[in-house]
Design a protein around this ligand. Structure first.
Ligand code: PLP
Length: 401
C-alpha cells in the first residue's frame, strides 16, 4: 500500500468535505483504529449508518456469498436479493411496494417525483405544491436541497424548482393555514436529524395526517436517519401511531453498504409505471443481500431491548456528565439518536466539542453548530458506551479554565 495520509486528501479530492484529522485503518463493532493505531470509540456510526457496528461477521458472510455469485446486472434483470429485500420491507411496514436507490437523497428525489406524478395522474397539473419544514434535511440533489429547509444547502445554484413551501416545524396551525387543494405532498422527518435532533410532536403528526387526507395530499416520512431501529422501533412512525403514504429509507438499511429505498402503497406506486423512473444501480444485488441480513438482525425483540438499554445508559451518562461539566441545556431524541443542545458556555461550539472528543479517542457528531449528536451502533456494548462517556468527560474537562 502507498504511504498516502490524511494530508493527501486535499491534493486529490474536491474541497467540499472537511474530513476530521484521523484516517481509519480498521474497525470492529463500535471501535475504530486509525493509521497510527490510535483507538476510537465510535458514537457516530458513519452518521447513523453502521447500526450493526463495523465488520459484522454475518454481513461479511452474505456480502462474500453474493460477491461470488454476481455483483451487478442492472434493472434489465430482476434478482432474488432485490425481491427478497422488497418482500421483507413490505411484510414489516404499511407499504405494498418498494423501489430501490443508492442513497437517501435519491430515495427522497424519487418520493417527490412520485408525489408530483401521482397528483398529475389523479388530479391534474395544478396540484403540484410540496410543503416542507424549516431546518429539515432531505439530501443534496437539487430538488431535495430545495425541499429541505436550510438555505445554506440550496442557495447559490441558480433558479430553483417551483412549488415548494416551507413552514415552521411542529406548527399545526401554520400547516392548516397553508395546505390547500394545490398541495400534492407534505414531507417531514419524524425526528429532524441534521436540523438539530428535533422530534415531531405526536399532535403535529396526527394533524398532518388528517390534513393530508382532507386535501388529498400524500404524507411522506423521511426515515433515512430514524429508520431501521435507530429510534427503538423498526420505523420511527410505528412508535407515533401515524402512517405515511410514502416512506424513504437509506443509511442504516445497508449497515454501511450504500442503498436507499422508497416504500408506498399499491395505488401510489402505480404512478411509477414502466419507464417513468429508474437508476442503473438501484437494487444492486450486493446491497440488497446485505440489507436483507440487516433487517433480519435488527428486527428482533432482543435488538429493540438492546437499543432501549443502551439509550438509557447513554442518556443517564450524559446527564451525569452534565452535572460535572454543564455542557447542554436540553437533551432530545429517541433510542440511539440523541442530541444535546449546548449550554451558554459551549454555545455554537459543537464542532469544537467533536474535535476535543476526537483528541480523547471518541468519534461523535454535530447536528448544526449548537447541538452535539450521538448515534452509536445499536450493538454497542455497555463497555463501549461507558468508555465513550468517560472519553467525552475528558474532552469536556479540556474546555474548562
Ligand atoms: N434525509 C435525511 C433525514 C438524512 O439524515 C439524510 C442524510 O443525512 C438524507 C436524507 C440524505 O441521505 P444521503 O446522504 O444518503 O443522500
Amino acid at each position: 500500500m502507498s504511504k498516502l495520509s490524511r494530508k493527501n486528501h486535499d491534493d486529490y479530492l474536491f474541497p467540499n468535505y472537511a474530513p476530521l484529522a484521523l484516517m481509519p485503518e480498521q474497525a470492529k463493532g463500535a471501535r475504530l483504529w486509525d493509521t497510527d493505531q490510535k483507538e476510537y470509540v465510535d458514537f457516530a456510526a458513519g452518521v447513523a449508518v453502521s447500526s450493526l457496528g463495523h465488520c459484522h461477521p454475518e454481513l461479511i458472510k452474505v456480502l462474500q456469498e453474493q460477491a461470488n455469485k454476481f455483483w451487478h446486472v442492472s434493472n434489465l434483470l430482476t434478482t432474488r436479493p432485490a425481491i427478497e429485500l422488497a418482500k421483507q420491507l413490505v411484510e414489516v411496514s404499511f407499504a405494498d411496494k418498494v423501489i430501490f436507490s443508492n442513497s437517501g437523497a435519491e430515495a427522497n428525489e424519487a418520493a417527490l417525483k412520485l408525489a408530483r406524478r401521482f397528483a398529475v395522474d389523479h388530479h391534474g397539473a395544478d396540484k403540484h405544491e410540496i410543503i416542507a419544514f424549516d431546518n429539515s434535511f432531505h439530501g443534496r440533489t437539487f430538488f431535495t436541497v430545495c425541499v429541505g429547509g436550510q438555505a445554506k444547502y440550496s442557495d447559490g445554484f441558480g433558479p430553483k424548482p417551483q412549488g415548494i413551501k416551507h413552514l415552521p416545524f411542529n406548527d399545526a396551525d401554520a400547516l392548516a393555514a397553508t395546505i390547500s387543494e394545490k398541495t400534492c405532498a407534505v414531507i417531514l422527518e419524524p425526528i429532524q436529524g441534521e436540523g438539530g435532533v428535533v422530534p415531531a410532536t405526536k399532535e403535529f403528526l396526527h394533524k398532518a395526517r388528517q390534513l393530508c387526507d382532507e386535501y388529498g395530499a400524500l404524507l411522506i416520512f423521511d426515515e433515512i436517519q430514524t429508520g431501521l431501529m435507530r429510534t427503538g422501533n423498526l420505523f420511527c412512525y410505528q412508535g407515533l401511531e401515524v402512517e405515511p403514504d410514502i416512506l424513504t429509507l437509506a443509511k442504516g438499511l445497508g449497515g454501511g453498504f450504500p442503498i436507499g429505498a422508497m416504500l408506498a402503497r399499491q395505488q401510489v406506486a402505480e404512478s411509477f409505471s414502466v419507464g417513468v423512473h429508474g437508476t442503473t444501480f438501484g437494487g444492486n444485488p450486493m446491497a440488497c443481500a446485505v440489507a436483507s441480513k440487516v433487517i433480519e438482525l435488527v428486527n428482533i425483540e432482543e435488538m429493540q431491548q438492546g437499543v432501549k438499554h443502551n439509550s438509557e445508559l447513554l442518556k443517564n451518562g450524559l446527564h451525569q456528565l452534565n452535572k460535572e461539566h454543564p455542557f447542554f441545556v436540553e437533551m432530545r431524541g429517541s433510542g440511539l439518536l440523541i442530541g444535546c443542545e449546548l449550554s451558554e458556555a459551549f454555545a455554537q461550539r459543537a464542532n469544537d466539542v467533536v474535535a476535543a472528543a476526537l483528541e480523547q479517542g471518541l468519534l461523535m457528531l454535530v447536528a448544526g453548530p449548537n447541538v452535539a449528536r450521538f448515534a452509536p451502533p445499536l450493538v454497542a456494548t455497555e463497555r463501549d458506551i461507558e468508555e465513550g462517556l468517560y472519553r467525552l468527560g475528558l474532552a469536556l474537562s479540556s474546555f474548562e479554565p
